[in-house]
Write a protein that binds this ligand. Structure first.
Ligand code: NAP
Length: 252
């Protein structure tokens, strides 16, 4: 399969690696992100297969304008990868700021909705298309300090499943890919580029790489049209979850 794929968050991490994979394997790639200089760097590297679309996905009008302004050879989108996302801070809910919560909700939820809304009618009209949403294992399992980030990713999973219900009877497919800890710029953004804090999550373990997640995106998108992978969790081998925590009031 090949065609036009729009990847949000293409200026770094998983999105950038995905843009390179698809552009070098016969696809025309629309890369969205706010940092135009990064997108222009990708354009220099990937050539005519790549179209840089600078856009804040959390800005509803900017998203509509960006999709409306796509040149004809990039306008008919076959696959949308809703990858742009952020985690801000790593605080207990009682210590977190509303600013951090707003950024996560605006990007991870509203941004994903604005982009989906822009492409979905066209996909249904041609009875063909694919929306791949980047969720997280944080949307599946609770953990201390996961509060709003995990909740945004739970939204992504549930919205994907509800989309599947709405799209039944069409050949438009939806998938939710849920990575665990992956080495990208994600932790640098979370900790405002504080290097020591950003490196701490990776200490002594082998995290996933952006390339590992791109393998999953590539595999999901290239399944035959009658196959839909609904939810795919990808974990580092060095990570597991334990769901119960007790606060014991006595020591005996
Ligand atoms: P990353 O390296 O920080 O890349 C994030 C990308 O999102 C960047 O290209 C960034 O570009 C873009 N972005 C952020 N806010 C945006 C906005 N308002 N408008 C447009 N683009 C925006 O992070 P990553 O790890 O690749 O994350 C990709 C996805 O995987 C996210 O949805 C994340 O939640 C999910 N995920 C990551 C991990 C992990 O451990 N890394 C684990 C599970 C899930 P600009 O700054 O240029 O706009």
């Amino acid at each position: 399969m090949s065609g036009v794929i729009c990847i949000t968050g293409a200026s770094a991490g998983i999105g950038q690696a995905a843009a390179k994979r698809f552009a070098t394997h016969g696809w025309r790639v629309v890369g969205m992100a706010r940092r135009l200089d990064r997108l222009e760097g990708l354009k220099n590297e990937l050539g005519d297969a790549f179209y840089p679309a600078a856009c804040d996905v959390g800005d509803r009008d900017a998203v509509a304008d960006a999709f409306a302004a796509l040149p004809p050879e990039f306008a008919d989108i076959d696959v949308l990868v809703n990858n742009a996302g952020v985690g801000k801070g790593l605080d207990l809910a009682q210590d977190a700021t509303l600013d951090d919560w707003d950024v996560m909700i605006q990007t991870n939820i509203n941004g994903l909705l604005y982009c989906t809304h822009a492409v979905l009618p066209g996909m249904v009209a041609k009875n063909h298309g694919f929306i791949v949403n980047l969720g997280s294992i944080a949307g599946e399992y609770n953990y201390k300090t996961g509060n709003v980030y995990g909740a945004t990713k739970a939204f992504v999973k549930h919205f994907t499943q509800n989309l599947k219900a709405d799209l039944l009877g069409t050949m438009v497919r939806v998938s939710c890919i849920e990575p665990g800890l992956t080495r990208t710029e994600f932790q640098q953004v979370r900790f405002d580029r504080d290097e020591a804090k950003s490196e701490a999550p990776y200490r002594g373990i082998t995290p996933l790489t952006a390339g590992d997640i791109v393998e999953a995106i590539w595999w999901v998108v290239n399944q035959p049209e009658h196959v839909t992978v609904t939810t795919l969790e990808i974990w580092p081998t060095d990570l597991a979850n334990g769901t119960f925590a007790f606060h014991r009031r006595t020591s005996d």
